[in-house]
Design a protein around this ligand. Structure first.
Ligand code: TXA
Ligand code: MG
Length: 341
C-alpha cells in the first residue's frame, strides 16, 4: 500500500477512507494520532497491527465535541463535564465508565469496562472527525516503543506502506501526549494516569482534589493505564539525562565517544566542537519549547552517527513532570552520574 501525504484540501477524501475502514494518521496539538473508525472492529484491529501494539493496551476515542461522547456512556459525571468544558479542545484525555453493549469496537478498550475520550485541538482533525461521521481511535502514530511523532515525516518514517494516508497538519505544538485522568469512579478521587501539558494544579483549580496514580509516585506499583508499563520512547542509541550542573563533566567523561547533544542553545554553543551532532531543544531553556522538541530531537539524533545521546534534565515538578516522565523512559531512568566511568 502506498501511503499518501494528504493536505487540508483532501480532508473529504481522508474522511471517506476512514468510513471505508482505512487508517489515516491525523495531526493533533500533542502528537500525531493513528486514526480509524472506533466503531469498526476490523479497522481497529488493523491499528494494533500497524503499530505493533500489544492488544491489552486500550485506545483513546477522539471526538469533535462533548456530544460525541454521549452515545458511548450512560452518563458524563459532573466533574468530567467541568473538565471537558474547561479544557476541550485540548491536551486532556478523560476516562469514563463505558456503556454496556454500546457501539464501540471491543478492541478499543482491550476488554476494560472504561473508555478514554479526548477532543484534540487541531482544526484539520476536528473537521476530519466531523466529516467522517463517526469517532476515531487515535493512538500515537509511531511504531510501538518508538518516540511519538510530532511531524507527518515521523509518521511516514514509522508507518509508510502500512496505512492509507497521513493528513499533514504541520508540527505538533505541545509535543508530548495528553494528560490522562481517570474519572470512571464518580465517588473516588480522580487519578492522573499519565502526566501531560495539563497539570495537576490546573485540574485541581477546576474540580478540586486530584491524585497521581501510585506508579507515578512509587517505584514498584503497576500503572492503571496499561500503556504506561511498556518500554517507550526509546531510540536505538543509548540516552543519558544530564542535570544542569553536570554538563561539563558529562562532556569530558565521553570525550572518546561520538556524543549527540539534545540541549538548549547556550549549552550547544558552550560545548561547540566537543560533540558529533546536536539538536536544539530550546532557545532559552523554556520548558514548553523543550517539550515541543523532545521527540523530534530524539528521532533526529537516533538517525545521526552518534554513540550516545545526552539530554537536558529538568526538575520533576509542574509541567516539567510530563517532560521528565517521557525522557526517563527514553533514558531507562539513567542519569549521567549513575553510569560508572
Ligand atoms: O495526546 C494523546 O493522547 C495522543 C494523541 C494522538 O491524541 N494519543 C495517545 O494515545 O497518546 P496512546 O494510545 O499512545 O496512549 C493512550 C494511553 C495509553 O497509556 C493507554 O494505556 C491509556 O491511554 N488508556 C487508554 N484507554 C484507557 C482506559 N480505558 N483505562 C486506562 N488507561 C487507558
Ligand atoms: Mg503512544
Amino acid at each position: 500500500m502506498k501511503t499518501k501525504i494528504l493536505t487540508e484540501n483532501e480532508i473529504a477524501f481522508a474522511a471517506e477512507q476512514l468510513k471505508r475502514g482505512q487508517l489515516i494518521a491525523f495531526p493533533t496539538e500533542t502528537v500525531y494520532g493513528l486514526g480509524a473508525d472506533a466503531t469498526n472492529e476490523e479497522a481497529v484491529k488493523q491499528v494494533y497491527l500497524a503499530k505493533g501494539r500489544p492488544s491489552d493496551n486500550p485506545l483513546i476515542v477522539h471526538v469533535a465535541s462533548v456530544e460525541g461522547v454521549r452515545p458511548f456512556v450512560d452518563e458524563i459525571p459532573e466533574k468530567a463535564l467541568k473538565l471537558m468544558t474547561y479544557f476541550w479542545p485540548g491536551p486532556l484525555t478523560i476516562i469514563l465508565k463505558i456503556k454496556v453493549n454500546g457501539q464501540l469496537s471491543k478492541s478499543v478498550t482491550g476488554g476494560l469496562d472504561t473508555v478514554a475520550f479526548r477532543m484534540p485541538n487541531h482544526p484539520l482533525t476536528l473537521e476530519l472527525i466531523e466529516k467522517s461521521g463517526t469517532v476515531l481511535v487515535g493512538p500515537s502514530a509511531n511504531s510501538s516503543g518508538k518516540p511519538s511523532p510530532t511531524m507527518a515525516e515521523h509518521v511516514h518514517h514509522d508507518l509508510a506502506g502500512k496505512i492509507c494516508g497521513i493528513l499533514d497538519g504541520g508540527m505538533s505544538q505541545v509535543g508530548i501526549e495528553s494528560t490522562v485522568i481517570d474519572l470512571s469512579e464518580p465517588d473516588g478521587i480522580p487519578l492522573i494516569l499519565r502526566p501531560g501539558a495539563v497539570t495537576k494544579n490546573q485540574l485541581e483549580a477546576v474540580i478540586g482534589t486530584v491524585a497521581f496514580d501510585q506508579h507515578l509516585v512509587g517505584e514498584n506499583e503497576t500503572p492503571k493505564a496499561p500503556g504506561m508499563k511498556y518500554k517507550h520512547y526509546s531510540p536505538d542509541t543509548p540516552v543519558l539525562m544530564v542535570r544542569d550542573g553536570d554538563w561539563a563533566e558529562a562532556i569530558k567523561a565521553y570525550q572518546n565517544k561520538k556524543i549527540g547533544l539534545l540541549a538548549n542553545k547556550i549549552r550547544i554553543n558552550q560545548f561547540k566542537n566537543q560533540f558529533s551532532a546536536s539538536f536544539m531543544l530550546s532557545e532559552t531553556g523554556e520548558i514548553d519549547e523543550a517539550m515541543r522538541q523532545l521527540f523530534a530531537g530524539l528521532r533526529a539524533l537516533d538517525e545521526a552517527d552518534v554513540d550516545l545521546i545526552l539530554v537536558e534534565a529538568y526538575d520533576n515538578q509542574d509541567v516539567e513532570l510530563a517532560y521528565m516522565n517521557r525522557l526517563e523512559k527514553a533514558a531507562g531512568k539513567q542519569y549521567f552520574e549513575t553510569i560508572p566511568h
